[in-house]
Design a protein around this ligand. Structure first.
Ligand code: AMP
Length: 289
């Protein structure tokens, strides 16, 4: 696997392989890689001739400086994992490289940032889109792989890609979970054992909601599911709601037909976790791939 630090060298690498007709799959990450990231790499491996993974802890998307300071960095371990999954190139730009000659743009996110994470993390999604655009500019992938774990990020990138006619195809990938349901996340590394034991409560609440399908008034069903989180002393619920799966607009009543997506955010100890689950009138819907 080649390690590429300079953005210009990344662009040259892509141009060289593209010149031979190779398709390029791209997995952008912030590192501290886990199975959730590696599933994206393997999917790219299957679908593309060349696979690039980037690790860049994007300062623009952190609205909490403490969260940025505490974000785990494990580049050597990451590199070994990527080698094992036959990634072709690891793009490791530094801030100066990515932000050289760069003025952040304000993107029209189609109102998709108006709910859920948007109001709680001001500037977060603009930061994500700005950096994804920079990374795409250098990597020029045919297909870029993103996890449904970050459902709103995925919806926003799909919206921007459509609106701006980015040539890159955004490929959604299902959430990878621990056996107890906790969605894999680099931030899980910061949970102490008691917090780790409490953290599956997010998924438990989503399941409780989804398993009832569209039966009964939505608000009553949401209150039952929220109670699951309230009963866990180490967890503090920020939101649990139901949204349209494309616009992510909050819903007050069940739609005539499905599916819908339930979104949750909660703090467990000092760590803020998010998760989501798609379900229809009869319960959870199979992952999209
Ligand atoms: P991050 O390093 O957290 O920015 O994540 C990089 C990519 O991996 C994003 O597209 C995430 O949605 C995806 N990802 C992170 N955790 C998971 C997971 N548990 N399952 C599937 N994809 C994930």
């Amino acid at each position: 696997m080649e390690i590429i630090r300079a953005p210009e060298a990344m662009a040259e690498w892509t141009a060289k392989h593209r010149g031979t007709g190779a398709s390029i799959g791209f997995v952008p990450t912030m590192g501290a890689l886990h199975e959730g990231h590696l599933v994206l790499v393997r999917r790219a491996r299957k679908e593309c001739a060349k696979v690039v993974c980037s690790i860049f802890v994007n300062p623009l998307q952190f609205n909490d400086p403490q969260d940025l300071a505490n974000y785990p960095v494990r580049t050597e371990a990451d590199r070994a994992l990527l080698e094992a999954d036959r990634c072709d190139a690891l793009f490791l730009p530094d801030k100066a490289g990515i932000f050289n000659d760069f003025a952040p743009r304000h993107y029209d996110l189609g109102g998709l940032d108006g709910h859920w994470e948007g109001p709680l993390r001001p500037g977060h999604f603009q930061g994500v889109v700005n950096v994804v655009e920079r990374l795409f500019f250098y990597v020029r992938p045919d297909r870029a792989y993103f996890g449904e774990k970050d459902r709103q990020q995925l919806a926003i990138l799909q919206h921007v890609a459509r609106a701006l006619r980015w040539p890159e195809r955004i490929v959604p990938c299902p959430t990878v979970r621990e056996n107890d349901g906790l969605a894999l996340s680099s931030r899980n590394l910061r949970l102490n054992p008691a917090e780790r034991a409490a953290a599956p409560v997010l998924y438990a609440a989503l399941r409780r909601l989804a398993e009832g399908g569209f039966a009964g008034p939505m608000e009553a069903r949401l209150e039952q599911a929220r109670a699951t989180v309230h009963r866990e002393p180490l967890a503090q619920l920020e939101y649990l709601g139901v949204a349209d799966p494309v616009s992510l607009a909050p819903l007050k009543d069940w739609p005539v037909s499905g599916p819908v997506v339930a979104l949750i955010a909660a703090r467990v100890g000092p760590v803020r976790l998010i998760d989501n689950l798609t379900f229809g009138p009869d319960g959870p819907v199979e992952p999209s791939a």
